[in-house]
Ligand binder design. Structure first.
Ligand code: NAI
Length: 256
């Protein structure tokens, strides 16, 4: 929660992956706080739906159908935001996926490239697009999404994904430190299993769900809103000394 009650009123957040899951939940939480929400996603219908829900809550929105793996599209996303709202205060990079599961020796060039394009380069492009503007304002917060997989390495199924998310955390650290004196903060969140389409794809059988749950002392998956509230806290003025680190949100588990 912000220290200043109306802190988010009229401020603008750009959210990638806003059509679904964590991105959508975060969009609605920022709408609740009165922020303008730019909803960006490759899923056109989903992103329009999120933007409508933002409006229903009473905040302004912009729905952008973009693929974060295209630098031009990501640059355009920031330009359209500036045309629409005049400034960008926060960027939340939630677009991401494991693409598909694979044993390490079966990860081919196409899978590793697609995984890094989406999870790493998409985040990299968005940060490069927004930072010049944040530098001009001498203010801004960027929140990226990694995964508990960075602690486990994704053996047997997703080393490609864990490595891409590890790169996201390293980049977050570097950007935070490079721009710390410019009024810009950069953080990441490394979630354990969260109830979204992503987790449903990973926990695809009752046995797999049981294995996931046995590993979480709280005995449940997280909810996307629980990540969204953390994004809100990170972007707020409640703890402005916080930058560079990742925060693990996992019900105490996910270390198997
Ligand atoms: P989700 O599948 O509900 O949402 C991901 C969104 O990203 C979708 O709306 C999808 O259309 C969008 N997207 C995919 N490729 C895109 C592209 N090229 N350009 C623009 N948008 C694109 O999944 P969820 O759970 O909300 O995932 C959000 C983030 O959280 C991802 O980065 C994921 O890797 C990460 N994560 C999720 C966990 C979970 O258990 N749900 C655990 C750890 C990390």
């Amino acid at each position: 929660m912000p220290r200043t009650p109306d802190y988010f009123n009229g401020k603008t957040i750009v959210i990638t992956g806003a059509a679904s899951g964590i991105g959508r939940a975060t969009a609605l939480i920022f709408a609740r706080e009165g922020a303008n929400v730019v909803c960006a996603d490759v899923n056109e219908d989903g992103v329009k739906d999120t933007a409508e829900k933002v409006n229903e809550i009473g905040s302004q929105s912009l729905a952008l159908s973009i693929d974060v793996t295209s630098r031009a599209a990501v640059n355009n996303m920031i330009e359209l935001t500036l045309n629409g709202f005049g400034r960008v205060d926060f960027l939340f990079n939630s677009a991401g996926a494991a693409i598909r599961r694979s044993k390490f020796l079966e990860i081919d060039d196409e899978l590793i490239e697609k995984t890094f394009d989406l999870n790493f380069k998409g985040t990299f492009y968005a940060m490069q697009a927004v930072l010049p503007h944040m530098l001009k304002n001498k203010a801004g917060v960027i929140v990226n999404v990694a995964s508990m997989a960075v602690k486990r390495g994704g053996p047997n199924t997703s080393v490609h994904y864990a490595a891409a998310k590890g790169a996201v955390n390293s980049m977050t650290l570097g950007v935070a430190r490079e721009f710390a004196k410019d009024g810009i903060r950069c953080l990441s969140i490394s979630p354990g299993p969260i109830n979204t389409a992503f987790a449903k794809a990973a926990a695809s059988s009752p046995e797999l769900i049981k294995r996931f749950l046995e590993d979480i002392p709280m005995g449940r998956f997280g909810e996307p809103e629980e990540i969204g509230e953390l994004v809100l806290f990170m972007c707020s003025d409640a703890c402005k000394f916080m930058t560079a680190d990742t925060v693990y949100v996992n019900g105490g588990g996910g270390w198997r």
